[in-house]
Ligand binder design. Structure first.
Ligand SMILES: Nc1ncnc2c1ncn2[C@@H]1O[C@H](COP(=O)(O)OP(=O)(O)O)[C@@H](O)[C@H]1O
Ligand SMILES: [Mg+2]
Length: 414
């Protein structure tokens, strides 16, 4: 518009036209420059948006995968019981029934072995995957101590009991030929019973140490499970593991949790405990007699145990661990004061006389308390006075052996 207007207004000299054109060109060049700048900007924007798009696409893919994961039905856990051929396998699902199923191509045929755990598709029950490890994690969770630190020297008194348990557990493991020479079958297992805190657990650990056996420590209440058959399976797997780790000692503490005598009036929960007990009895029976797996049971309540557990052939030796007498308490005091700094005036015989009715763990508590009194009074060594104070404190704190309050439930859970 400008150009036309200027043209019509007045005629231009060639210089004017020339100047005008130069101005126009430079204006257009600068505009061109602006456009170029804009293009660069837009291109940068475009690149940014494109990377943004890629990022969102990746996120969408991830979320879709996640949704897929959430939507996929769970796989059933089963156990392979029989392999018929490469493609057909018999499995037992965790719910109980057995099925003939196919195997997914992704599974390595070598992994298909009877006894392995596997996952099954919900609809076709085809084997999707073979899981590592034959044993339940719960069995592995049971304390597998290669060899505990306690020795016979850590036990005060109990000499006759130590001899009995050594004959029953240690000898068949270390010298099996003696038994075959004489022609008898060594005891299968031993049952330790007696009041709480008298050293039953301690004794079992010492035996395991002395035989260098693997020590499987299970508290019987762990074997009681929620679902039918699970407890029995745990028992079976526990003993399988013990056989794998042989020579080994299976120590079942507080065995009254599954071994209480069977009665007629039962809830379904009781019946599950029964099944667990029956599996346990079968495991006790099923051992190769001179085998390297020994069973030690411990209980505070032998009076409520099922007679089936007590019959010879299961726990052949029943060893009573009584409350320590004066000499026993003296021996226990000696064990626990071994590492302590003791003054010259301390008379352990006198202390043993004063602690009538106390058990091993009380004696240990007295030693610890005496040490605490010595620390509080800044003594260099523990004096008789410290021990007497500790004794008084323990008696006041618990007083349980005098009052006999542990006669029923307390004793069971000690
Ligand atoms: N005869 C004993 N000699 C030495 N310490 C003992 C003795 N009896 C019990 N104790 C002490 O008491 C603690 C508890 O004993 P424990 O064996 O667990 O008792 P329980 O018979 O209830 O299984 C042990 O760790 C140990 O320190
Ligand atoms: Mg115990």
């Amino acid at each position: 518009m400008d150009v036309g207007k200027e043209k019509t207004d007045d005629p231009k000299t060639p210089e004017d036209i020339c100047r005008y054109l130069i101005e126009r060109v430079s204006a257009m060049e600068s505009q061109n420059q602006d456009y170029k700048e804009q293009i660069r900007q837009l291109e940068a924007d475009k690149r940014y948006t494109e990377t943004q798009k890629l990022r969102y696409e990746r996120e969408v893919r991830k979320l879709k995968g996640e949704v897929e994961n959430l939507k996929t039905p769970p796989l059933i856990i089963g156990t392979i019981t029989d392999v018929i051929d490469e493609k057909r396998v018999v499995v037992r699902s965790s719910a109980g029934p057995r099925f003939l199923v196919r195997v997914s191509q992704s599974v390595n045929p070598e992994d298909i072995q009877s006894g392995s755990r596997c996952t099954l598709n919900q609809q076709s029950l085809a084997i999707v995957e073979v899981l590592p490890g034959t044993y339940d994690t719960q069995v592995y969770g049971m304390e597998v101590v290669e060899s505990p630190g306690e020795t016979y020297a850590d036990i005060g008194g109990l000499e006759p009991q130590i001899i009995e348990i050594r004959e029953a557990v240690e000898l068949p493991m270390t010298k099996p030929d003696i038994f075959s020479r004489i022609g008898i079958v060594p005891p299968n297992g031993v049952l330790l019973h007696g009041p709480p805190g008298t050293g039953k657990t301690l004794l079992a650990k010492a035996v395991a140490h002395e035989t260098n056996a693997c020590f499987l420590h299970v508290v019987a209440s762990e074997l009681v499970q929620k679902y039918i058959g699970e407890g029995a399976r745990l028992v079976r797997e526990l003993f399988d593991l013990a056989r794998d780790k042989a020579p080994s000692i299976v120590f079942i503490d507080e065995i009254d949790a599954v071994g209480a005598s069977r009665t007629d009036t039962m809830t379904s929960g009781d019946r599950e405990v029964q099944r667990t007990l029956m599996q346990l009895l079968a495991a006790l029976d099923g051992f190769e007699k001179r085998g390297d797996v020994k069973i030690i049971g411990a209980t505070n309540r032998i009076d409520i145990l099922d007679i089936a557990l007590l019959r010879p052939g299961r726990f052949d030796r029943i060893i009573e661990i009584p409350l320590p007498d004066t000499d026993g308490r003296h021996a226990i005091l000696e064990v626990h004061t071994k590492g302590m700094k003791i003054g010259d005036d301390v008379d352990l015989h006198e202390l043993a006389r004063l602690t009538d009715g106390k058990n091993g763990s009380d004696m240990r508590a007295i030693c610890t308390e005496a040490g605490m009194f010595a620390i509080r009074q800044d003594h260099d060594a523990v004096t008789q006075e410290d021990f007497l104070q500790a004794l008084e404190k323990i008696v006041c704190d618990f007083g349980r052996h005098d009052r006999r309050i542990y006669s029923s439930a307390g004793e069971m859970f000690a």
